[in-house]
Design a protein around this ligand. Structure first.
Ligand SMILES: [Cu+2]
Length: 216
């Protein structure tokens, strides 16, 4: 019978496609190395003039060419209150990110934002408590605690994921940038924020060193 003759080739085809599927499933979805070779990286050092350290500088890219919306991370970001300080003091996030405000101190803390971009008061709570807020507007949001007037944190809400924060030595790195021309900007709580044009070529690591001086 005709059907019986076809059984072997059909089974062979199923066997081969099965293995192909299996091998494809094992290989990484989009190879990270390939992505790296198609994109560029910006790295460098920001020197904060006459400061104790060069950390807490946000370095970010802006461009008309960026998408209007980037999906925010599902995972919440944490802003803690410990030993009467906000940790971290400076927190850059992608627009739409939810922050869990934690209290890890044995005293009551409050969370409020008095600014223009966001104005809210999440209330006052004790050790182990968490309250969340989602940041949907880009800009700078100053976070304060009305129990301890010296406590301050800065949340920088950015429109795209191409940003980084400097470590205490001022070092930063922004990866996976598609080739193109961008404006590289900086943010610091006290310093002037210079910006400059930067062109990214695929596979290239571009080094940019900046110096930030006091606002006049
Ligand atoms: Cu407090």
């Amino acid at each position: 019978m005709k059907t019986k003759k076809n059984v072997i080739p059909v089974m062979l085809a199923l066997f081969i496609s099965g293995w192909t599927f299996f091998i494809l499933a094992l290989s990484p979805p989009v190879n990270a190395d390939k992505q790296e070779s198609e994109t560029g990286t910006i790295t460098g050092t920001v020197k904060v003039f006459r400061a104790r350290h060069s950390g807490n500088v946000v370095v970010y890219l802006e461009s008309e060419g960026f998408k209007k919306e980037y999906p925010p991370p599902e995972k919440h970001t944490v802003l803690d209150q410990k030993n009467l300080v906000f940790i971290p003091r400076v927190l850059p996030i992608l627009k739409g990110t939810t922050i869990d405000f934690r209290n890890s101190d044995d005293v009551q803390h409050n969370i409020f934002a008095p600014g223009k971009v966001e104005k809210f008061n999440l209330g006052t709570w004790g050790l182990g408590g968490v309250r969340e807020h989602t940041f949907n507007k880009p800009g700078e949001v100053i976070i304060l605690c009305n129990v301890h007037s010296e406590m301050v944190a800065y949340i920088i809400i950015l429109k795209n994921p191409y940003f980084a924060k400097t470590d205490p030595d001022g070092i930063f790195k922004i990866r996976n940038i598609l080739p193109g021309t961008y404006v590289l900007k900086t943010w610091h709580e006290k310093m002037k924020s210079p910006s400059q044009e930067v062109t990214i070529v695929k596979g290239e690591v571009k080094e940019i060193n900046l110096e930030l001086k006091k606002r006049k």
